[in-house]
Design a binder for this molecule. Sequence first.
Ligand code: SF4
Length: 435
Amino acid sequence: MYDLKPAGLFALDRVRGNALCMTRMERMLGALGKTVDDVEWITEGNLPEMVKRLACLWPPTEPPPGTPPGYTRPLVFTTMEIGAQRTNLAPLQARCGGQAGLLPAVFGQMTAVEDQHPHVRDRQNDCVCWPTMNFGTVMGCPHGCLYCGQGRAGKLLAIALNLEEYMEKVVGPVIETYPWNKVFRMILHGADLVTLEPEYGLFDVFTRKLAEYEGRYGYFHTASAHLDWVADLPRRDRLIGVWSVTCDAVARDFEPGAGRAADRFDAARKCGEWGVPVRYKFKPIIPVRNWREEYARSIEYALRRTSPESIGFCLYIWNSFEHMEQTLPVDLLDPVFVDAARKHADEMRGKRQSPFPHELRKEVYQFMIREVRRWNKDVLLYVSTETREMWDELAEELGQNPRAYVCGCGAAAVPGARLELSPGFRFSTYHPSPT
Ligand code: SF4
């Protein structure tokens, strides 16, 4: 796992009672040069005091030299509450006052599984994607991406240790319930899960569970280069690797703690050599000054060394102009984009693809498509979570049908850059319904 320097190590008392969880926690602590003796146990009695401390341990006033601030987020080891039996937090929240917002994380009350792109919702949002079941067992991330709530301001990493139970009670039943979903994302809760491997052991139990079923696979989705552990993963044949990739300037100035742009491609090359399909997402594309030169260099580096199955594009979206101004160092952005976002702020307000207007986003995608085609004529291209209008205008240049396209992390995009569709699941959310 990453060489984290957590400002505190905490564990919910109930972890003690689960041998598998204790072993997992000890393994992770060992990787940090710590032991169970370094852990502060959270009990019913000391809960308010502990939560109060957790609330003020991050951001650090001064992180250790050379340590990205996100690496100092306190770690809270817990167990995920699966099913109906959940701790009633109301009385505890009353005792914890202003810090009560941290209680769901501390008690492992995370969404166990979720489809973030059902057809109806994407229709309402004018967003084209694929319905896909998402899993997740950690809240919070050591990376500090400025465009991400967890990256910018996440107070902690809450790590659910009961992975075997999660595989039996959640992942297995979901695989059986949704036969159309061939590939599943391990991604929820703003967490870059590969940063905790191999000691966390999530992708080992996940791929073993997938391997119990024919033709089912799982994605890791990462901004990291920390992937050497994949070489030893017994069932890596059930894994597909998706990298959020970028250019040097963005990795350096907007994604503190995440992998350098080139390092991600190097890690992908190695994973490809170990038989893991590789896919890239330039998402979010951040229009920094000199963005054309920056991204052209990144694309050349990637395609001179690797042959990804697909490459996707998505300009910075999901933010109003005002929120962008509050959360990003806009002085590092191309002024043409900042001016356009300011000028179109009212028109784009409330739209999923805000803050940049259609024509500017389209210009960026056309540039990225041309750059990729300079180095690779065949790799499958798509735009991610963009509008129907954008697909209508770019489908020919992208070379894919918006109703059924191979993307990076969709439910039907099985290894081999092909779609495995089924009677009840034939279309992306470009189409009004799945059939
Ligand atoms: S890697 Fe992903 S989850 Fe982590 S801070 Fe960056 S965007 Fe957020």
